[in-house]
Write a protein that binds this ligand. Structure first.
Ligand code: ATP
Ligand code: MG
Length: 757
């Protein structure tokens, strides 16, 4: 038997070796779904299937790359020929080949969300509508929802029931906006993210020869994280597998967290109907996490009504209980967690073993500050990413326009950047001229002398010449780096940034250098066959949030949103900001379905942890510039308390966790006692309480800068002890203190609250 097959349990092996006909693996978190998918691909190839005939769809491009490397270890360099990636990246590649059948050139631009919103803003303005009534964000969500349900603008406008909801929301013009938006994207030779899937469906529907080609190419189709596919994605895979019937999907209904983007749990249920010969494999053993973590996760998800029956268990060690930290404020939350990571490292963990997961990107600030203060390196995934920065978008817009001169959004961005004296009115005039003459913006710009005169016309003509010189270079076959270097220098962008000697200006200049470096490494990378500018731009526009990770191998703590953490695992996970209205998010409290989705998100968060899980909340935090008092999240209460430990961090546990029922004021102070709860938990075994240190009445932390070896100290929680050793540690001091009751502890003086006796 092959080595890798030996590393699988019985149902996993069954799934790996079932290679003919439809297969669905429905399994719990950490039960080896991704592992099965990976080995199944290796197995298929060993059984003689050509890697060119295998298509695997993953949640991020990085996940695909990781899978490819694992497969490569088993079967060798052949793995390079596999088709793997996200739905968006795989099908944009197909649209580059065959999109001409729908009227796009192979150089079409991919509009990101900012481009889409900017275009909508223009359209709403041109139509004379009020952008307070028609918020571009909402309008874009509605258009996106329509596309993901395969409702074209024509269908939307013909069938009043589609528009009913929008009309009721006082937006009777949405149909007209959708139409204009779709036509404008088309004439800009641009697709937004949803179009990549929508147009693939249209391509397969209207061009059976194309569908047929891919049905024969992809003899085996596999989908990871199937619970998060939407209808549009599902139909694509179903069409592709219609001939071979070799489709394998893996997913976990309990981890479905993208309903707001149109993902549909119904896909899992429909799958059985669509494939009557379906083989279903259930995986129930979790290999990732300790028993405590798995049991806690089970106790949470059991609160959801909508779920498929599963019984997830772990044979791993019991592990430590889940620690709950209550902090005074968001800043203290950051500090306590940074300190805990610091202590974890003293016990031998690496920075990369830790992840801090939050509900929204804005929460990262407090953790960044705290980590920076004690020199712990970290990386943030998501947030305002590199590619969303203005200077980067400016350069990319030049490159986009060089490749595709119909790209209206790129045009708007660069026509007067750097300043050439072409005002907004002139730009608007050019756009109107193009639509009046039913021609492209480029046509107007490159023949501006027929439409305008004077200084502005000269400036526009200069711009057109500049772009023409770039396209000439491109047509000569210059690679992406050579072109990008040339564009950065001659467009004036680099010079403008160079002249700006403010801190921000210098940083922006460095960012552009960084972009140029990354284009260089794209060109130098042998795995990229096509080194053209167009190919580079495509790669960049399809990066998912989780892909934007500059140095993945680095020894750093990971900070990211829970949505981005899907499929990942870390030794010690901190799920932070567990407060009502933050997590669950205020926006998700409107209906039971929303709350259940939020609970699944919490389930995803806690099942990322292998050995240790820490949950934290703050009692007050700044939101939108206002100090608000927070209540602990209901999710904390939903975890069976026997798996919890109210930590020795944060507000000392001489206080009750505030989500526990209030107790008599005269109760003795105890550590480690499980929270007493109403009826449900009354029968559970109670652990013997440990007497805590009660700080002296006059406890007041001393200035520890004068602390010496041999000093007697009192610690707020650990009690009395003696300083054994002091050592400098990244700007602070580490103290080894032997406590009477707790034994030796290493504390960082910038955090420790000590009274020198
Ligand atoms: P998620 O639901 O989070 O996506 P998953 O079901 O895809 O999880 P994997 O990531 O494939 O799970 O596996 C979780 C961990 O368990 C990985 O570290 C994997 O290597 C390990 N694992 C899976 N199956 C086995 C096995 N049979 N023996 C040992 N380790 C295993
Ligand atoms: Mg997985």
């Amino acid at each position: 038997m092959k080595d890798y097959l030996a590393g699988l349990n019985e149902p996993q092996r069954e799934a790996v070796t079932h290679i003919d006909g439809p297969l669905m693996i429905i399994a719990g978190a950490g039960s080896g779904k991704t592992r099965v998918l990976t080995y199944r691909i290796a197995y298929l190839i060993e059984k003689g299937v050509d890697p060119f005939n295998i298509l695997a769809l993953t949640f991020t491009n990085k996940a695909a790359e990781e899978m490819r490397h694992r497969i490569e270890k088993v079967i060798g360099p052949e793995a390079k020929n596999l088709w793997m990636g996200t739905f968006h990246s795989v099908f944009s590649k197909i649209l580059r080949f065959d999109g001409h059948k729908l009227g796009y050139t192979s150089n079409f631009t991919i509009y990101d969300t900012d481009d889409s919103k900017s275009l909508l803003r223009s359209i709403i303005k041109e139509m004379g509508l009020d952008d307070k009534a028609y918020k571009p964000n909402y309008v874009l969500n509605r258009i996106s929802a329509a596309k993901n349900n395969l409702i074209s603008w024509q269908m939307y406008n013909e069938n009043p029931s589609f528009a009913a909801e929008d009309i009721a929301a006082q937006m009777p013009e949405l149909g007209r906006i959708y139409k204009t938006y779709a036509l404008r994207c088309f004439s800009a030779n641009a697709m937004d993210f949803d179009d990549l899937l929508f147009n693939t469906n249209v391509l397969f529907r209207d061009h059976l020869d194309v569908l047929n080609k891919y049905q024969h190419k992809f003899r085996h189709v596999m989908v990871d994280e199937f619970q998060d596919t939407n209808i549009s994605q599902y139909l694509i895979t179903r069409k592709l597998a219609a001939v071979s019937q070799n489709i394998c999907v893996v997913g976990d209904d309990a981890q479905s967290i993208y309903a707001f983007r149109g993902a549909n749990i119904q896909n899992i249920l429909n799958f059985k109907k669509d494939y009557p010969d379906l083989k279903v494999v259930k995986l129930e053993q979790n290999y990732r996490s300790t028993k405590n973590i798995v049991n806690a996760a089970n106790s949470v998800i059991a609160k959801n009504k909508a779920q498929l029956e599963k019984n997830i268990f772990s044979d791993n060690e019991e592990g430590e209980k889940i620690e709950v930290i209550r902090a005074m404020s968001d800043n203290e939350e950051g500090r306590l967690i940074a300190h805990e990571i610091f202590e974890g490292r003293l016990r031998g963990l690496k920075n990369s073993d830790f992840a801090i997961l939050y509900r929204t990107n804005a929460q990262s600030r407090a953790f960044e500050e705290a980590l920076r203060k004690i020199d712990i390196p970290y990386r943030i995934i998501g947030g305002l990413s590199f590619y969303q920065r203005k200077e980067i978008k400016d350069i990319l817009a030049y490159l986009r326009f060089t490749v595709n001169q119909q790209d209206e959004e790129a045009f708007k961005r660069i026509i007067n950047t750097p300043k050439r004296g072409i005002g907004d009115t002139s730009v608007a005039k050019i756009i109107v001229l193009a639509s009046e003459h039913q021609t492209s913006i480029w046509n107007i710009v490159s023949n501006i002398q027929f439409y305008m005169e004077g200084r502005t016309a000269n400036a526009v003509a200069g711009f057109a010449d500049l772009i023409k010189s770039y396209t000439v270079m491109m047509e000569e076959g210059k690679d992406a780096h050579t072109l990008a270097m040339h564009v950065a220098k001659t467009s004036g962008l680099l010079h403008e940034l160079y002249m700006d000697k403010t801190v921000e200006g210098v940083a922006r200049h460095e960012n552009v250098q960084e972009l140029l470096n990354s284009i260089r490494s794209f060109v130098d990378n042998d795995e990229n066959e096509d080194k053209s500018l167009s190919s580079f731009l495509q790669t960049v526009s399809l990066l998912t949030t989780a892909d934007e990770d500059d140095d993945g191998d680095a020894e750093k703590v990971t900070l990211m949103t829970i949505h981005g953490a899907k499929g990942l695992e870390f030794k010690h996970v901190f799920v932070v900001g567990l407060e009502e209205n933050l997590f669950p998010s205020q926006m998700m409290l409107k209906s039971r379905d929303d709350l259940e989705e939020e609970r699944r998100l919490f389930y995803v968060a806690i099942t990322r942890a292998e050995k240790q899980l820490t949950l934290s909340y703050a009692q007050q935090r700044y939101t939108w510039g206002k100090l608000t008092y927070c209540e602990p999240s209901r999710f904390l209460e939903e975890i069976d308390s026997r798996y919890l430990r109210f930590g020795d961090k944060g507000i000392p546990q001489t206080f009750e966790p505030s989500f526990a029922p209030k107790k008599q004021a005269t109760r003795p102070v105890v550590i480690g006692e499980p929270v007493k709860r109403a009826s449900a938990n009354a029968l559970k075994p109670v652990q013997p309480p440990v007497q805590a240190h009660v700080p002296s009445a006059d406890f007041e932390p001393s200035d520890t800068s004068k602390l010496k070896v041999g000093d007697k100290v009192e610690h707020q929680k650990f009690g009395f002890g003696e300083v054994k050793k002091l050592e400098a540690f990244s700007g602070s001091t580490k103290a080894h203190i032997l406590f009477e009751r707790e034994g030796e502890k290493t504390l960082l003086l910038s955090f420790a609250k000590l009274r020198i006796l």
